[in-house]
Design a protein around this ligand. Sequence first.
Ligand SMILES: [Zn+2]
Length: 226
Amino acid sequence: MAKRRKRPKKKKSFGIFKALLLVLVLAAVNIGLVSAIMQHRTGDSGVSLDGEKRGNAAYAASRPELDVQLLTPNPNSRPQIPLRRLNGIVIHYTANPGSSAMQNRNYFEGLKDGGTKASSHFIIGIDGEIVQCIPSSEIAYASNSRNDDTLSIECCHPDKSGKFSEETYDSLVELTAWLCRYFDISPDEVIRHYDVTGKLCPKYYVENEDAWEDLLADIKEAYDAM
Ligand SMILES: [Zn+2]
């Protein structure tokens, strides 16, 4: 009797040890799983929201650094209308000298409380920082008749001329070239807001055709190098 009682006791303590080990292993697996999901989520909230469906995975890792600050869904700046076709990229300027990317992003965010319809997928700041406001799978209110088949990039500028800072320019070239690669858009489909509506946007690159041609050439060069 005593022998029989002893044995299960031994077994029980071994069982507790095994259970503890199992808990530790499960916890480790769980941490790995959660971090994997979090990483996936981070990607999901950015440009690769539908990247696995539409983007070229070969370029996923070379994505430029994005500060993903998505707008709250609302009828004026983020209507969550699916962007079903993607045929081009439209370049804009903010027409608000000296303002930062986040200030412009927050202006779009504020439109949820009323006002005009306006937004952009990306905003590039004077220091070259890139803020993403709208997922690439949704339309932005930026480019009029081309809202439903293009991605939009707003560029900040230091003064009234509308000329981009070197940092803004470099980020614009990098982001545009990468978006062309990732979404399989020809660099020939990179256009100005001006080319859609005749609006003076982006001002400096409408008034200076040579500067626009140089910008396109730089985008193509970056595209070819990717
Ligand atoms: Zn514009």
